[in-house]
Ligand binder design. Structure first.
Ligand SMILES: [Fe+2]
Ligand SMILES: [Fe+2]
Length: 263
């Protein structure tokens, strides 16, 4: 090997060493950034978990408040706890049968008990009257839908917002003959249509001072074919279709969830 070649080789070796050194520095820098990122990810994870915990706590306290409101209205009304429980269950099975996402189904189930919370604002003379209501008393009684909505509206909680929609819309009818807004068809919030069907089924099955509790079969016949007072046109046809398919679950909910005074 000539000395020229030797010089050349040692130049190469030096270059290679420099290159290697640089690569090592780069690798070390990358490792440092990776460690930094790892720390950052862990921080984010911790913050996310705390946020989840906070949301769950917040939701639990909304639910707690809602159940206390239900209790407050139950003090004045003779709606039983069993009716409230059944209404939640009917609403959930219909929502499920319609294929609604589980989260929405759960919210409907939790918000349904507040449908009549506006009865808090109805005078005892009307709320507890045994006989037939005169037109003025009827109007007053019907105002429970808007009173309930006013009570629940404006909350940041999606659950409370849903409860407000159910409160004002659970007496609307598909054919536009309901109250308070006489809305028809899909202008009525879906959750209101769902709760209305369960409420009607339950009212027909339950004995009242002026009527006996009807059997499941008779109740279904009234809802699907009408009896002159309750008409199939009052209900979203999709919901009646769902009811036909899951009627055994409605029957089981009524039969399994009774208390003293129920049929
Ligand atoms: Fe109501
Ligand atoms: Fe009800």
């Amino acid at each position: 090997m000539t000395s020229e070649q030797q010089d050349q080789l040692s130049l190469y070796a030096r270059d290679l060493a420099t290159l290697l050194g640089r690569e090592r520095e780069k690798a070390a820098a990358l490792e440092r950034s990776a460690a930094q990122l790892q720390l950052y990810a862990e921080d984010l994870q911790r913050a996310y978990a705390a946020q989840q915990r906070y949301s769950a706590e917040l939701e639990a306290s909304y639910l707690d408040t809602m159940m206390r409101l239900v209790q407050a209205s139950a003090f004045r009304d003779h709606e039983t706890g069993a009716h409230i429980r059944r209404l939640s269950l009917y609403s959930a099975v219909v929502a499920e049968a319609l294929g609604l996402p589980p989260e929405q189904t759960r919210m409907i189930e939790q918000a349904a008990p507040l449908h009549d919370v506006g009865k808090i604002g109805i005078p005892d003379a009307v709320l507890l009257k045994q006989g037939k209501l005169d037109p003025d008393e009827r109007r007053l009684m019907e105002s429970h839908a808007e009173i309930g909505a006013r009570l629940l509206e404006g909350s940041a909680s999606p659950l409370m917002q849903m409860a407000a929609r159910i409160a004002w819309s659970h007496h609307e009818r598909w054919d536009g003959t309901g109250y308070p807004r006489s809305l028809a068809g899909e202008d009525i919030p879906l959750e209101g249509r769902i709760v209305m069907l369960g409420d009607q089924y339950d009212a027909l099955r339950s004995p009242r001072p002026y009527k006996p509790g009807f059997s499941h079969e008779r109740t279904l016949e009234i809802l699907l074919q009408g009896d002159g007072r309750t008409l199939p046109e009052h209900f979203d046809p999709r919901l009646l279709e769902a009811l036909r398919a899951i009627q055994d679950r409605f029957r089981a909910i009524y039969d399994d969830c009774r208390e003293a005074g129920d049929a």
